[in-house]
Design a protein around this ligand. Structure first.
Ligand SMILES: C[S@@+](CC[C@H](N)C(=O)[O-])C[C@H]1O[C@@H](n2cnc3c(N)ncnc32)[C@H](O)[C@@H]1O
Length: 243
C-alpha cells in the first residue's frame, strides 16, 4: 500500500477516503452556513464565475462531481433547461441528502447519485461538461479521477475544476494566519468541529499549485487547459478541453 496525505498527516491510501468521509459527515448540516461565514460570501462569486465560464447551452448534459449541497448543479440546471441533464453526484450520502433536499425545496428534481469521482459509473463520451468544485483536493488518486473525468466527457467537452489554490505571495502570511487561527475557531463555534476546518486549511496547502494541476490535467488527456486565478489565487478555475 502507498502513503498519501490527509491534511498534514501521512496516512495509508486505504484510509484517506474514510477520514474524508468523517469530515463531511460531521459538517454536512452546517456546510452552507460555514461556507458563507468562512469565505465571507466569496464562494458564491467563485461559483458564479465558474457558471459564467461554463456558458452551457439548452439541452446540454452535465456531470457535477463532489456536488455536495448542489450550488453548481442548481445553476447548471437553469442553463441547460428542461431538455438538458445535470447529474448531481457525491461520494458522501449526508452531503448529497442536504443538496437533494435543498434542490427539491426549490422545485428542482435532478438525477442524484452517490458516486466516487475516482471510479465514475458512466460510459465514455457521455457529457458535454464535467465539474468538480472544491472536491478534487479531497480525492486520494487525483490522477485517476482526472482520467475518469476525461473518459466520460464527449470529444470537445470541458472539465471545470474549481479549487483552492496557491495564493499570491504578498498575501500568504495573512492568509495562513486566517486559515490556521480563525477557520478552526469558526468551525468550533458554528459546527462544533474545529478539526474538520483544520483539515480544510491543511488540505489546501497540500493541494497541487495552479501549474502542477494544469500539468496533471494535460497528462490525464486534456489537450488544452486554461487557468483563471480568482481572489489572487485563493481559488483557481482550471478549464480543460478534451481534444
Ligand atoms: C468542500 S465539499 C464541496 C461541495 C460542493 N461542490 C461545493 O462547492 O460547495 C467537497 C465534497 O467532495 C466530496 N468528495 C470527497 N471525495 C470524493 C470522491 N472521491 N468522489 C466524489 N466526491 C468526493 C465530499 O463528500 C464533499 O461533499
Amino acid at each position: 500500500m502507498s502513503d498519501t496525505h490527509f491534511g498534514f498527516q501521512t496516512v495509508d491510501e486505504s484510509q484517506k477516503a474514510q477520514r474524508v468521509r468523517g469530515v463531511f459527515d460531521s459538517v454536512a448540516s452546517k456546510y452552507d452556513v460555514m461556507n458563507d461565514l468562512m469565505s465571507m460570501g466569496l464562494h458564491r462569486a467563485w461559483k458564479a464565475y465558474a457558471v459564467a465560464v461554463a456558458n452551457l447551452r439548452e439541452g446540454q448534459s452535465v456531470l457535477d462531481i463532489a456536488g455536495g449541497t448542489g450550488d453548481l448543479a442548481r445553476a447548471f440546471a437553469k442553463q441547460v433547461g428542461p431538455k438538458g441533464t445535470v447529474v448531481h453526484t457525491d461520494i458522501n450520502e449526508a452531503m448529497l441528502r442536504q443538496g437533494r433536499d435543498r434542490l427539491l425545496d426549490e422545485g428542482l428534481v435532478l438525477p442524484t447519485l452517490i458516486c466516487d469521482g475516482e471510479k465514475l459509473p458512466f460510459q465514455a463520451n457521455t457529457f458535454d461538461l464535467v465539474s468538480v468544485a472544491f472536491g478534487l483536493r479531497n480525492m486520494t488518486r487525483k490522477e485517476a479521477a482526472l482520467a475518469e473525468m476525461n473518459r466520460v466527457l464527449k470529444p470537445g467537452g470541458r472539465l471545470l475544476v474549481l479549487e483552492f489554490s496557491k495564493v499570491a505571495q504578498p498575501l500568504a502570511r495573512a492568509y495562513d494566519w486566517y486559515s490556521f487561527n480563525v477557520l478552526p475557531r469558526i468551525g468550533r463555534l458554528v459546527a462544533g468541529d474545529a478539526e474538520s476546518y483544520r483539515y480544510l486549511a491543511e488540505s489546501i496547502r497540500m493541494h497541487p499549485s495552479q501549474a502542477e494541476l494544469k500539468s496533471m490535467m494535460k497528462s490525464a488527456g486534456f489537450g488544452h487547459v486554461d487557468v483563471h486565478n480568482l481572489s489572487a489565487g485563493v481559488v483557481a478555475l482550471h478549464v480543460g478541453i478534451k481534444c
